[in-house]
Design a protein around this ligand. Sequence first.
Ligand SMILES: *Cc1c(COP(=O)(O)O)cnc(C)c1O
Length: 424
Amino acid sequence: MSKTPFVTKEQLDEITKLYPTPFHLYDEKGIRENVKALKKAFSWNPGYKEYFAVKATPNPFLIDILREYGCGCDCSSYTELMLSEAIGATGADIMFSSNDTPAEEFIYADKLGAIINLDDFTHIDFLEKTIGHIPETISCRYNPGGLFKISNDIMDNPGDAKYGMTTEQLSEAFKVLKEKGAKEFGIHAFLASNTVTNEYYPLLAKILFKQAVKLQKETGVHIRFINLSGGIGIPYKPDQEPNDIYAIGEGVRQVYEEVLVPAGMGDVEIYTELGRYMTGPYGCLVTTAIHEKHTHKEYIGVDACAVNLMRPAMYGAYHHITVMGKENLPCDHKYDVTGSLCENNDKFAIDRMLPKIDKGDYLVIHDTGAHGFAMGYNYNGKLKSAEILLKEDGSAKLIRRAETPSDYFATFDCFEIGKKLIKK
Ligand SMILES: *Cc1c(COP(=O)(O)O)cnc(C)c1O
């Protein structure tokens, strides 16, 4: 089983003339085709809107592409709000789904007219005290607790998650918010992550739709939207069956017809806050093999490290690797593919069967388009890589330059590179 990169070795030879590895490369064509399919899958719902989860890939050039298809921004921090404002996404184009929210973030979100999605019952008071009023449109995050199961599979453990309000709190929150002047309500829940099954969204929708009908009856509020949030996953492993977005959209439609329409709630708008599904497969980390080491195991050292892609080190996540130009050679060498951090978990692959790798080979690490670059950090003083967009015409555009040592030292106001440290 294999995965085919969206870039060829010849294209990489051209790109690396201008931009050295490592870098994250994104596939404009793939991103466009995917967002078009998503919109089509939910076109049965006239109010449908995707709020791209900015944290997944906070690059304004990439989000601008999604904006062309009417996507808004799902933000949960001050700088994510800044990024959205900078690309012209304000007002109802922002869903502010934060938690443990600092006051200044509520103030900024309110200033931008964002839809605020409250994570907790106590945030009603906090928000009112902070911004001086309750917005007319407001959303609450729901956490039914327990385990989230599909058939006999445990998908995730909401009862153990810090997010959202209990059933009782949600109902109380709607009553209180209504008294305080809120007019339009939304319900949001995120109960399982990276689901590679067409059943997740319909099952989540059923829980939320039933809850919405109950809340409408109990509290008399107008529920304008239901936000299914993120969680649609991608097949990181080559033998995984990808999600069928049309089956997912159709599954949600059926539950909508079954639960909401008979309750007279056929005007509810469906929102999503997908991140991984929108960009994950349309990004890869391109790195070069720079060392080989033969000790108790066979190691290939590359010029990227966990700073550029943390998921394998952090979760033991699988990312498929293609050795460019050797796609048709037998995978008869067992390697650990490592980065240079002084951390033994800095490995992109462990005991991976790959073709024989020579120094200078490009390795394409697949599916890094979401929660890849974005999770980067600066351990060991390592710098974050560039991000490059492979455009539809095959040309490459630098959409974020690589960090330089000046970026690393910029937060010491007293430090000038090449000079002595001047303590103030
Ligand atoms: C992370 C996150 C998302 C996106 O999750 P994906 O798994 O990338 O789809 C959406 N909404 C909220 C509130 C999140 O925290």
